[in-house]
Design a protein around this ligand. Structure first.
Ligand SMILES: NC(=O)c1ccc[n+]([C@@H]2O[C@H](COP(=O)([O-])OP(=O)(O)OC[C@H]3O[C@@H](n4cnc5c(N)ncnc54)[C@H](OP(=O)(O)O)[C@@H]3O)[C@@H](O)[C@H]2O)c1
Length: 323
């Protein structure tokens, strides 16, 4: 694995180039502000009537309509939601400058064919491994967020240098840029979302909470045990790794984890994880995402509403830290 940091990366390939960021959401906002503070000429491309225009301009940023931003830029970054990349790319393709570079922060739309970039374009990926809010706050603190980078099309022979200079300008070179491919990044990310951190972990917390409550434990204590301690273990793993985390917890907790962890996460869980990975690779999730967007997000809307009604959520609202 190749990990590059600021000292290994030449910022010059972005010098004199204008970057258009399409989308001013979670990643768009953070990446634009970091590029701006790194001295890059950047414009935010927004839809007519976008509510984000005022916010971006109040932060001292230049904004323009999507088509004008695209026409003015040598580098165009697709930071709108993945499920609209196909439509957005169709809209901007005629206005993309010949030999421009097209960037992504997730490999999904290229890996699964939602976007098939024109052959004269450089196509690169810089995917920060965390949310935009943290990408921005780390940058302000003088730190950075680790990111994965890749090149899918190298029309100019300079795509690699542009990708790395971009990653450096958004602050990721301070932590490290890891070489990958669009396929590897997309598949690993989609797998994790379903099978590990974002899909399985919250469901494990809910299952533990419900098991304790069904066993007669008060909802408040069940919440503190099963959900409230997540932050503690996350911080320990982040700072010390899994083995280091185990070394600093009590012998009681360590033995409990040893006896219980593999009993819950057994071979059947690994089998289902392998099934998820195979489905992701076969493009099933990309199909589901497209279907969800075309239908107006019915499953996401229903799940969001249902989540708010649970006992667990009720307890959270009562116990949440008051800031
Ligand atoms: N969220 C993360 O932490 C994260 C982490 C790593 C990578 N990524 C990747 O970063 C990319 C952006 O994700 P995100 O979560 O930052 O997206 P997001 O917050 O949902 O993006 C919202 C922005 O997209 C704009 N937008 C929506 N539809 C548009 C359209 N048709 N034309 C132009 N702009 C449009 C919105 O415009 P308005 O302002 O007008 O509403 C808004 O500014 C994705 O590829 C994602 O996989 C995200």
């Amino acid at each position: 694995m190749q990990l590059l940091r600021d000292a290994d990366i030449d910022p010059a390939p972005l010098a004199g180039k204008r970057v258009a960021i399409l989308g001013y959401g979670n990643q768009g906002r953070a990446q634009t502000l970091n590029l701006h503070d790194s001295g890059v000429d950047v414009v935010v491309g927004l839809r007519g009537g976008s509510g984000s225009t005022t916010e971006a301009e109040a932060s001292g940023l230049e904004t323009a309509l999507v088509e004008d931003a695209v026409a003015s830029a040598e580098v165009v970054m697709m930071l709108a939601p993945d499920e609209i990349h196909a439509a957005l790319y169709r809209e901007i393709e005629p206005g993309l400058r010949k030999d421009a570079a097209l960037g992504f922060s997730h490999g999904l739309s290229v890996r699964f064919g939602l976007v098939e970039p024109r052959s004269d374009l450089d196509v690169f990926l810089v995917a920060p491994k965390g949310p935009g809010t943290a990408l921005r706050s780390l940058y302000i603190e003088g730190k950075g967020m680790i990111a994965v980078w890749a090149v899918a099309q190298d029309a100019s022979g300079k795509a690699r240098e542009i990708a790395l200079a971009y990653g450096r300008a958004i602050g990721c070179g301070r932590a490290g840029l890891i070489a990958s491919s669009f396929a590897e990044e997309a598949e690993a990310d989609l797998f994790n979302e379903q099978a590990v951190v974002w899909g399985a972990v919250p469901e494990l917390l809910v299952a533990g909470f419900e098991t304790l409550v069904a066993g007669g434990v008060s909802p408040e204590l069940a919440y503190l045990e099963c959900v409230g301690e997540l932050k503690l273990i996350a911080e320990l793993i982040d700072a010390r790794g899994i083995a280091g985390m185990r070394e600093v917890i009590s012998n009681t907790a360590e033995l409990g984890a040893l006896l219980g962890g593999k009993r819950i996460v057994d071979a059947s869980v690994r089998q289902r994880m392998a099934e998820v990975l195979a489905e992701v690779r076969a493009g099933r999730f990309a199909e589901e995402l497209t279907k969800e967007e075309l239908g107006g997000y019915p499953r996401l809307e229903n799940a969001r509403a249902a989540d708010r009604q649970t006992l667990l959520e009720n307890v959270f609202e009562r116990l949440r830290p008051r800031r």
